[in-house]
Design a protein around this ligand. Structure first.
Ligand code: ATP
Ligand code: MG
Length: 557
């Protein structure tokens, strides 16, 4: 191993450095992190970065990770999402120490709020949302005090209890922290702690009509659970002083917040709100549409947990926002599938060939399942007189460097024989319908190879033995690099050709395909059985092509 390699292995990301310092200083016996999704949608690839980070950090340092549903907004949340999120985290390969819900802490949070009121650090404000916004000031001008800021403690306590009891309508009153209306950090200008919302909650039902805001739920939940390192994304940097303020004033367990850059990826939108629009407005078939950047979409498309974890490791943990090229994710899945996917032959756009000198009915040829695997198995593939090859593997008038089949030119059929094209048969419109070829019996693969050399090997299927399958070929869902930052609605930038469906002819071994099996269709890409399949109708999703064609395709246009 080289020194550079060793050096790389040793280098820690900034969060690992913090954790190591804290452990060395004896600040904690062990660390506790959390992953805190809001159950208002399915998880996307951005969340997987946070999952790998939070669970990975705890694993590395012998700590634990809680799963906490941040369910403080009754209107957008749903149990369907809770179940989906749990399935996705487990599929990624992680298990949480405890499953908690911020809503479990509603009573405790309420008590905290009364505590702050008693300490003169919170007050009930009757101002409207617009008035509160106006009095907030601007980053360069201080805010002005609300006329309700000086309400006395007893009155605040009574009003807050009345808020809880349901005496007021939505928006009539709020509870605010009494921090500093002239703080340069706008987050500290008396932030709202509670709002009134007469709405049904997916867990607490109708027991509450006041709900805590993010800033008064998140840090307190961290503290209740004794989270040591609360990792979130950079937009929460300005919230950190408030996070610390609440904990200090309540004198509760001192959890600490740390921030890292969220994952943004090219040709993708990465917000549940936007993904929900794609689902609701029918641009995709659901959250698990294989074109979606959701974990469930990637899984259905044939991504593996290993490939997503590899991706998360490669992008690392940074403190500055950036846009990651989606081809890095595609690279990771190819890397993994190349190792594990069984090879099969499937012809997408068939051209019939007849081997005029092949006298037998059929024979079975052994074909390697995975040349990348030292312990590869072999399957028996039927070979016969009439075969399909890809139409694009033949050219009647080939340019100089075309090494595949053309009149008079020889090519090898994968794991079978060398053939030569003798005659091109066309219909009345001039379309090629069939090729008459001869085969070289002595050229059988794996035998005492003849010394005839050919430049290319192509895949094939025996027509009588072939089974048909639907193949769904996906392209990027957006046609611009960063749809969310373009003018107008991001949906204007959807790629109209993100799905192409074709019927393909497959070797019969694929009849026995099972879910969870990954395949490489030779020269065509990686494929995975879709859940829409049935016994008599096989449907495959293309997980990815074999090489990165995107740049090449773009140049052609
Ligand atoms: P969205 O805007 O997509 O709804 P969110 O941040 O509101 O994202 P949450 O469910 O609140 O989604 O997030 C759960 C955790 O995942 C949070 O800690 C959040 O910081 C993290 N997270 C969300 N999106 C990303 C991303 N793109 N990259 C890294 N971490 C993310
Ligand atoms: Mg959120």
């Amino acid at each position: 191993m080289t020194d550079i390699k060793k050096e790389e292995e040793k280098s820690l990301n900034f969060l690992e450095e913090i954790v190591e310092e804290d452990l060395a200083a004896g600040k904690y016996k062990s660390i506790l992190t959390r992953f805190p999704p809001e159950p208002n949608g399915y998880l996307h690839i951005g969340h997987s970065k946070s999952i790998v980070l939070n669970f990975g950090l705890a694993q590395k340092y012998g700590g634990k990770t809680n799963l906490r549903f941040d369910d403080t907004n009754p209107v957008t949340e749903d149990t369907e999402y809770v179940e989906g999120i749990k399935e996705d985290i487990r599929w990624l390969g992680f298990e949480w120490a405890n499953e908690f819900y911020a809503s479990d802490y509603f009573e405790q949070l309420y008590t905290f709020a009364e505590d702050l009121i008693r300490k003169g650090l919170a007050y009930v404000d009757d101002s409207s949302a617009e008035e509160i916004a106006r009095m907030k000031g601007t980053p360069t001008e201080p805010g002005t005090d609300s006329p309700y800021r000086s309400r006395n403690m007893e009155e605040n306590l009574q009003l807050f209890r009345d808020m809880r009891a349901g005496k007021y309508r939505d928006g009539e009153k709020v509870l605010r922290a009494r921090v500093d209306m002239s703080a340069p950090n706008m987050q500290l200008r008396d932030p709202i702690m509670y709002r009134i919302k007469h709405a049904h909650h997916h867990r607490t039902g109708d027991s509450w009509c006041i709900y805590p805001m993010y800033d008064f739920a998140h840090g307190q939940s961290d503290s209740i659970e004794h989270i040591t390192h609360s990792v979130c994304t950079l937009e929460f940097v300005p919230h950190r002083p408030l996070y610390d303020w609440f904990i200090e004033k309540l004198a509760i367990f001192p959890s600490h917040q740390y921030e890292f850059a969220r994952l943004n990826m090219t040709y993708t939108v990465m917000s549940k709100r936007k993904l929900l629009q794609l689902v609701n407005e029918g641009y995709v078939t659901g959250w698990d549409d294989p074109r979606m950047p959701t974990i469930s979409g990637l899984r259905r498309r044939g991504y593996t947990p290993e490939s997503i974890r590899m991706f998360a490791d490669k992008i690392g943990v940074a403190k500055r926002e950036n846009l990651i090229d989606v081809s890095l994710l595609e690279f990771c899945v190819r890397e993994h599938l190349n190792k594990i996917a069984a090879r099969r032959m499937v012809v997408f756009d068939p051209l019939k060939i007849v081997l005029t000198n092949y006298g037998r009915e059929e024979e079975m040829l052994p074909v390697e399942d995975n040349p990348e695997d030292p312990a590869t198995t072999h399957r028996q593939v039927p070979f016969s007189r009439e075969l399909y090859i890809e139409r694009e593997d033949f050219m009647e008038n080939p340019p100089k460097k075309f090494f595949r089949l053309s009149p008079g030119q020889k090519v090898r059929l994968k794991s079978a024989y060398i053939i030569q094209c003798e005659e091109v048969v066309k219909d009345e419109t001039g379309k090629i319908t069939e090729l008459k070829c001869s085969y070289l019996p002595e050229s059988k693969s794996g035998g005492t190879e003849s010394n005839i050399k050919v430049q290319a090997t192509i895949h094939w299927v025996s027509i009588v033995h072939a089974i048909t399958a639907e193949v769904r070929l996906y392209d990027r869902l957006f046609r611009v690099e960063d749809p969310a930052s373009e003018d107008g609605d991001f949906k204007e930038y959807i790629n109209p050709d993100s799905l192409n469906v074709a019927v393909a002819y497959a070797e019969p071994a694929l009849r026995k395909v099972k879910f969870n099996e990954h395949y490489q269709f030779l020269r065509k890409g990686y494929f995975y059985l879709d859940k829409d399949s049935s016994e008599d109708r096989l449907i495959f999703n293309r997980t990815s092509t074999l090489r990165d064609n995107w740049v090449k395709e773009q140049k052609k246009q």
